[in-house]
Ligand binder design. Sequence first.
Ligand code: GDP
Ligand code: MN
Length: 388
Amino acid sequence: MNLHEYQSRDLLSQYNVNFPKGEVGSSPDEIYEIVKRFNCEVVVKVQIHSGGRGKAGGVKLCKTPEEAKFFADEMIGKRIVTDQTDSEGVIVEKLLVTELTNISKEIYLSIIIDPDFEGPVMIASSEGGMDIEKIAEESPEKIIKIIFDPVLGLKPYQVRQITDKLGIPKKSIGQFYNLVSNLYKAFLSTDSTLIEINPLVLDEQENIVPLDCKINIDDDSQFRQKNIFELRDKKQENPMETRAKDFDLAYVKLDKGNVGCLVNGAGLAMATMDVTTKSGCFPANFLDVGGSTDKDKIKEAFRILVSDKKVEYLLINLFAGIARADLIAEGVVEAAKETSFSLPIIVCMRGTNSDLGFKILNESELNIHIAQNLGHAAELLTSVSNGK
Ligand code: GDP
Ligand code: MN
C-alpha cells in the first residue's frame, strides 16, 4: 500500500525523522490561509500516489499566499499524469504546503527490500532530485548500494564509506548517520518495502534535511499495521486493482493491447504473454486468480477483465490443481452471460475435471474456442483477431 507524502512525513516524525514545517489543505482558501500563517516562501505540492510531480507541474515554489491560492485552484480536482501513472493519471484532492528550504545539494536515499539479498538495502546517490531514473540508466556507477546487517542495521563504518561519495561534509556526517538509523528503525517497525527520500538535501547551513518522502507498506502486514492501513486512500488506486484486491485477486493493467488474460500464477502469466504476442496481439491486462480459486473469484475476475473497454478477446489460461475446472467453467459461463459478453473467448485449461469443464463451456452457446494446448491457443487467437 502506498502512502501520501504528508502521511509519510507524519509517520516518520514518530521515528525522529523531521521534515521542514508543513501543513495540508484541500481548498484554495485553506492553502491561502496556511501560507499566510507560515509567512515565508513556501513549496506547494500536490498529494498523489506518484512521484515525478515536479516534472508534471505538481510542485510550485510560491512567494505569496495569492500565488499559492492560484496554484491550488488550478490543481485541486484535476487529474495529473506523471511518468509513474497510467495515461489517466490520478486525482488531486490535497496539497501540502512546506516552508521553503534553500538547497545547496540534492541527494537520493532509499531503503528497499532487495530481492537478491532478501533483506533491506540502502540505495544512495549524490545525484538526487528529479532525474534519478535517468542517472540509474545512464550512469549506474553513481548509484551506491549498501546491505544492512539484518540484526545490527547499518554500521558506522558503512556510513563513513559513503558520505565521501555522496559529497556530505564532515560536520554533517553525524546528522546523516542519525537520519539513516531512524529511517531504518521506521522501515522495520512499519513493515515498509520502500522508504524513499528524494531529495535529501544539504541546506545552506549544511544541515541534512529530507524534502520529499515516499513509503510503501507491505500489503501482507495489514493484520499488524492496522493504524497505518487506515491511511489507505482508495481514490488514488486504480479502481479495478482495488476491486481485485478486495477479492484477493491480482490485477495488472497494461497500457497497450486488446487481449484480456485470465491466468493463475506468474508462470502461466508469462506463457500467456508469449502466446499473445506470438499471435500478433498484446495483453490488455492480466488477472491472476491464484492457485485455490473458486467460482465467485472467477466471476469477479471475469467482470473486472471485461470492464476494460480495450478488451476485444479473452484468453483464459488456467491450471486446475486445487481449483476444479468445472467450477471455473461455470464461473466463466455465468459471468459471461451476466455481462452479455459476446466477444471471442479462448480457453486453455488443464487439470481436475477439465473434461467436465469443457463440456460446460461447449454447451454454453457462448463465443468460446477451446485450445488443446498453448500453441493452439496462439493459433486460435491469430484466427479470431484476423476475423477468420
Ligand atoms: P517529486 O517530483 O514528486 O519527486 O516531488 P519533490 O517533492 O521531490 O519535489 C520536486 C523538486 O522540487 C525537488 O527535487 C526539488 O528540486 C524541488 N523542491 C522541493 N522542495 C523544495 C524546497 O523546499 N526548496 C527548493 N529550493 N526546492 C524544492
Ligand atoms: Mn521527490
